[in-house]
Design a protein around this ligand. Sequence first.
Ligand code: FE2
Ligand code: FE2
Length: 206
Amino acid sequence: MKVYRFLKNLNIIYKETNVKIEELKNELKKYLQQERYAHSISVMEVSEKLAEHYKIDKERIMKTALMHDLAKEMSISELKEYVLKNNIYVSEIEMVTGVTLHAKVAADICKKKYEFDDEMCNAISAHTTGKANMSLFEKIIFIADKIDYTREYEGVEELRELAFSNINEAVIRNIENTTIRNIKNGRPILEESIKTRNYILINEKK
Ligand SMILES: [Fe+2]
Ligand SMILES: [Fe+2]
């Protein structure tokens, strides 16, 4: 039987996914090779800890984290075809760079196949760049993806600590580092990441 969740403030009723984490793990194994599967499990574990720390519902965030890279091993041409066939909005720069397409496609698959709710899908859709006005849930998915235990890069330990002490600072720090790296490497800057940083700086930074 479906469970329906009622959001009082937004006046929206949506179906709550009944799928179990173990079922999702089995599904994910069909799509991802070992290394990326291990990353997904690790993002799920970090999300669980962050959800515990920030006192939000663990099960939904764990399912979301687990499935965030579901479409990561589709080719760029497959992703573009999926985006066009399913009328998913992506900006011109996203279509050119291709780096966020796996996030948009995974969100669409999770909505249609596993009945993930809007916040879960939005968090998956925004996990690469972030977006303006992210919920705490969305921020956790965004940052857990950047600090999971399989990641090894300069500054990751500091970012891990920051994610627990000040998640807004952690999101900003990650975007700044990624932006600097993209500039150094002559790569485009995705405007969504700039909007994410601006929104936090103007509205949320303490
Ligand atoms: Fe990703
Ligand atoms: Fe990821």
